[in-house]
Design a binder for this molecule. Structure first.
Ligand code: NDP
Length: 418
């Protein structure tokens, strides 16, 4: 019997809202709020139609609202009016801190799927959000950070492996493959601005207590993914490694790998060489919208402009074929012997689309966000302070992954290739 405020109604938000509504015996009241309320209304109508189609007995009360998540007071006013137990932040990483501030002021618990990133600097790390620990603790509020797939399920998989299969995790490789085909020349699978900022950064991995930096996409090798086969995989800096090496201090080496096709990389290279991935403001002379004969000088950020002309990730689902495969490949010790363990999920883009109208990447993020909310509401993941997902009991979350559409599989003592 919980009231949930969801902020953000893009690809991930759409999936999370569908999944919240499918579990209406727990999530009785849902407010979908975002910058553009018409998008929330559209998703609400689609959800209610699906509930009817399934003959669902419990239908949640869904309301929508317009809110600017950069504005703390606007968020506080919405929270005070709707009185949610939990706010699920599915807007952009730029809004994490304003939403956390509002939660503190309005006495609301918090969950997100991506760590804070300043808009004018392509740099992400947990320090900004970990700095809220004491304030959340004192307020008796729980903040759950990074509860998508990666970060999110990747941390839960690691915690599950540590709990059940290892005395000591020594080597952790998170592997993320998208073997889907959306039939577009170039598109990103989630917000293009956030995605391109992430991929064009320098690589980073953890080894023997130190962080080692690489040039962007410098280290790569083919890895074999279940039901997919070999795919070139590139070492990237990914946020969950930062908390995992702290929470599992026996880790000697932690790395993150993601697959990219050659065509995607060629386009990315062009985008960078053309200056279209720049995040600083440039001056551009543009005609006035209501008087095209008059020109004005405006400031634009090239990457934000590029986002406006690229395919919207939310529209990729219909023609998306193939599947994603994301997992953790772990090596370590159990009863004094070396053991390897690979735990992963494969998710079909078409199945995700049939269920929620969104492709697999949004699906694999939105489902865990809902499960995290369920863990909180059931009181299983409730602990005042600011926490990464691996700090909680992984078992009930793993159980729900199988029920809610992201079943996982295990390979013991196989060849990890890493
Ligand atoms: P989208 O761009 O599709 O959606 C973002 C949503 O946030 C839109 O509804 C947008 O509104 C809204 N929004 C943006 N700015 C504001 C604001 N100032 N106030 C209110 N609403 C705002 O992104 P995705 O759905 O693809 O991604 C959502 C989040 O999920 C991102 O933080 C992303 O990094 C994260 N993510 C995490 C993954 C994981 O595995 N952990 C994987 C993939 C994504 P509008 O439509 O009006 O622009």
């Amino acid at each position: 019997m919980a009231r949930i405020l969801q902020i953000g109604c893009g690809g991930v938000g759409t999936v999370a809202a569908h999944k919240l509504a499918q579990n209406a015996e727990i999530f009785t009241d849902i407010c979908i709020a975002s910058r553009t309320q018409t998008k929330c209304e559209k998703v609400k109508a689609e959800i209610l139609a699906k509930c009817k189609e399934r003959g669902q007995k419990n239908i949640p009360n869904i309301t929508t609202a317009a809110v600017d998540a950069d504005n703390v007071q606007a968020l506080v006013a919405l929270m005070k009016e709707f009185k949610p137990e939990l706010c699920i932040n599915l807007a952009l990483p730029y809004q994490d801190l304003t939403i956390m501030d509002a939660c503190l002021e309005a006495g609301v618990n918090y969950l997100d799927t991506a760590n804070y990133e300043p808009i004018d600097e392509a740099h992400f790390e947990y320090s900004w959000q970990w700095a809220y620990r004491e304030r959340f603790e004192k307020a008796g509020l729980t903040a759950i950070l990074g509860c998508g797939f990666d970060p999110g399920v990747s941390g839960v998989y690691t915690a599950y492996a540590a709990k059940h299969h290892f005395d000591e995790i020594q080597y952790l490789d998170i592997v993320d493959c998208n073997a889907g085909n959306h039939h577009k020349a170039f598109a990103t699978n989630f917000n293009p601005e956030i995605n391109i900022r992430e991929i064009t950064q320098k690589g980073l991995y953890y080894e023997n207590g130190k962080w080692i930096e690489t040039e962007p996409l410098e280290i790569h090798q083919p890895l074999t993914y279940p039901n997919i086969g070999p795919r070139e995989s590139y070492l990237l800096h990914h946020e969950e490694l930062e908390s995992l090496v702290i929470n599992f201090p026996t880790i000697k080496r932690g790395r993150f790998w993601m697959t990219f096709g050659q065509q995607y990389l060629t386009y990315l290279d062009c985008i960078q060489n053309l200056g279209m991935s720049r995040i600083d403001e440039i001056t551009y002379e543009a005609p006035l919208a209501d008087d095209p004969d008059k020109k004005v000088k405006v400031k634009i950020v090239p990457l934000q402009f590029l986002k406006a002309v690229l395919p919207n990730p939310q529209d990729l689902g219909e023609n998306y074929e193939g599947e994603t495969s994301i997992g953790c490949r772990i090596r370590g010790l159990k009863d004094g012997k070396e053991h390897t363990y690979y735990v992963y999920n494969n998710c079909s883009h078409q199945e995700a689309y049939k269920e929620t109208g969104m492709q697999g990447v949004s699906y694999t993020t939105g489902v865990p966000a809902m499960i995290g909310a369920m863990m909180f509401v059931k009181g299983i993941w409730k602990k005042p302070g600011v926490h990464n997902v691996e700090e909680f009991d992984p078992d009930p979350f793993m159980e729900q992954l199988n029920i809610q559409g992201l079943p996982w599989h295990e390979i013991h003592d196989g060849n990890l290739e890493l």
